[in-house]
Ligand binder design. Sequence first.
Ligand code: NAI
Length: 335
Amino acid sequence: MNMKLVFSELEDKEKKLITEKFGKYQLVFLNEPLKQDNLDKYIDADILSIFVNSRIDRSIIERMPKLKMIATRSTGFDHIDIEACKEHGIVVSNVPRYGDHTIAEHAFALLLAIVKNLLLSVERVKKGIFSYKGLRGLELKGKTLGVIGTGNIGKNMIKIAKGFDMTVIAYDAYPDYEIANQLGYKYVSFEELLTNSDIISIHVPLLPSTRHMINKQNLHLLKKGVIIINTARGPIIETEALLLGLEKGIIGAAGLDVLEGEHDLVQVPELINHNFEKQINYKLLALNYMLIHHPRVIITPHNAFNTQEASERILFTTIENINSFLNGKPINRVV
Ligand code: NAI
């Protein structure tokens, strides 16, 4: 049987490698995320390899009767309806641990950019103004970093923070006390973390239990002026609470690589063409634009994963994931 393998959003050199590895199958590449309105050409796919911008919901799965496997080229898999995959016997594999350092470095880059006023400073010099007036920053030494989620990425964030002589506290549903002793940080309750952190960095997956973990109800617990860094998933913070916190001065600044509803932002050019048939959360879209233009918020476009080294790891693991599935022994399964 000649299987059809569909890959979305690959770069040219990645397509070349995939063609070398899977040339004996029917290969199809699409340059944009897979979605309802471009699905027609791909509904007979046996294997799908996608990135986080392809939202594989139940309605897409139900339109793909031959689909047997989804190889997501990401660690997180909240963009795939896992329950629907289970019901239809579709194997889902992810790429764990490709970016333990890459993501932690990006989180720290966002933090340093905020405390050192990096963006404003660079902008000012480019305008020809060589003056530090009004650009006073903060020192990280001695500040308390609260890490939510001490998995692979969270632990690297802690190691980096220790190099900056920061005090680290952490919250995790499954604390790792041995590593805490080794690295010199302390587990606290979620409420204590909110109350005592000068900086909070989020490294939990998006699950029903982590959705809106920081919200309008617990905003008052935050230390005044706290800096929030989120490189995990947008919906872990309630966007309205974030804006409210910034407005009230509870939140001093935020550095974000992910936004709640970031996929709707991708559709903005279509909105300009008056395509109002899309299922878009317009309120969230408006709140996101308020965040994007907020003077104390810096946002990168879900770019934390995007290093040369991590991209290579992602592709090689995806090839292994698909090969293992084809050989009847799937690895890195989430379903
Ligand atoms: P991991 O699985 O190693 O660590 C997650 C940690 O969160 C675990 O220690 C787990 O016990 C904890 N956790 C889970 N549910 C919890 C809850 N309800 N309350 C408290 N703790 C809870 O995951 P890893 O590799 O560190 O990645 C974390 C997340 O980072 C991913 O799930 C993904 O969403 C995000 N990510 C973002 C990227 C980006 O480009 N911005 C790239 C890669 C990952």
